[in-house]
Design a binder for this molecule. Structure first.
Ligand SMILES: [Zn+2]
Length: 372
């Protein structure tokens, strides 16, 4: 009897402890498995706070007060401060070799130090906690569709983008036009099984610029098409017209630099030199040329349809254009800071017309390149 009891006890112990051995948190492993971007700063590798929360499955149980971050995980409160090397696990203090950093609004977590401190924790399941766009695109990606178009409605979630005099938000205009464009393309291409159309967001949610670029790379998009609504710097009510951008420079980096809050990275702005840059073997010149050709087609179709001034195609190193290795454009369909334009943009028919003009420009390009 005694032996039996001992065996039972041992067996239950193993069962209880097994998950801890199997799932003990290994941040390095999670980075690899989840393809999380890392940053190299003075030879230390970092991940964003957002990625750490994803790994822990703590996206909904954290907070920030000024430079202090709180994460509640497995009933333990993890606390740390930007530029500090102290990490509190409830009341117990641990020390990092290098401090937590903040670069351009992104809180960066030193990987090795956190790996040691959090090794007693358990990682969140890998699939179910991935962002929704990854499930939608990677999992349901149709293998027969060999030509992939990724439509990117600018802004979303907490980021309204530009807001007009009457309160119309850029994020909603962009999303509505993007949806209409996708629908129109699907209708026009219904006999074509080759082209697949995806969106970086289908709802009013936050998607960082880095995630947008990463998604374009993950699904191996052939065209990246970003839709925005303009606002002049001082919100001049007489600002008017539409324009389409492409980047004169393409950088294919394994580790993307942290993204700015807005698409303001000017042409010629160098990325953080401390980031590990892997020289690309892509023919970036052709991606630049192709972007320009696509921008011309789109701009031409917009000019056909809109009565507002044609401001032409322009080169500018917006984040989403510069770091996407494929042909990529960003179109500004009109100035929302102009109350007349804003009023028009509230009209579903106007949005439909713009969406169709954008789609036609893209279709012109696909025909030009013998894709369809
Ligand atoms: Zn915008």
């Amino acid at each position: 009897m005694k032996v039996k009891k001992k065996i039972l006890l041992l067996a239950s112990l193993i069962i209880i402890l097994l998950p801890f051995f199997c799932y003990a948190l290994n941040i390095r492993e999670e980075i690899k498995e989840r393809k999380i971007p890392t940053y190299l700063i003075e030879n230390n590798s970092y991940i964003s706070l957002r990625s750490l929360l994803k790994i822990l499955g703590a996206e909904d149980s954290w907070g920030r007060v000024e430079d202090r971050i709180f994460i509640k995980h497995q009933d333990i409160e993890i606390k740390f401060k930007i530029n500090s090397t102290q990490v509190f696990l409830d009341k117990k203090v641990e020390y990092l070799g290098v401090p937590v950093k903040e670069v351009e609004g992104d809180v960066l977590i030193p990987v090795d130090d956190f790996n040691n401190i959090l090794s007693g924790f358990v990682a969140a399941p890998r699939v179910s906690k991935e962002p929704s766009f990854k499930e939608e695109t990677v999992i349901t990606k149709d293998k027969n569709r060999s030509f992939i178009i990724l439509i990117d409605p600018g802004h979303g979630g907490k980021d309204d983008g530009a807001v007009g005099y009457y309160g119309l938000k850029e994020k909603s205009v962009n999303l509505d036009i993007a949806k209409r464009m996708k629908e129109y393309l699907n209708k026009e291409l219904r006999r074509n099984t080759k082209v697949g159309i995806y969106m970086t967001r289908e709802e009013d949610i936050d998607v960082s610029l880095m995630e947008r670029v990463q998604m374009a790379k993950d699904i191996k998009a052939d065209v990246f098409f970003s839709i925005h609504t303009n606002s002049s710097r001082d919100r001049r009510p007489d600002a008017d017209g539409f324009e389409t951008y492409y980047s004169g420079v393409k950088e294919d980096l394994v580790f993307l630099p942290s993204s700015p809050e807005k698409e303001v990275l000017d042409e010629g702005t160098e990325g953080d030199s401390s980031l590990l840059k892997i020289l690309d073997d892509l023919n970036t010149t052709s991606a630049v040329d192709e972007s320009r050709i696509l921008a011309d087609f789109v701009q031409e179709r917009l000019a056909e349809r809109l009565l507002t001034p044609d401001r032409g195609t322009k080169r500018r190193g917006f984040y989403v254009l510069r770091y996407t290795p494929m042909p990529a454009i960003l179109t500004e369909i009109g100035f929302i800071c102009n109350p007349n334009v804003e009023w028009n943009l509230k009209d579903a028919e106007v949005r439909q017309a713009i969406a169709e003009a954008l789609a036609k420009g893209l279709l012109d390009y696909l025909k030009f390149r013998d894709v369809i």
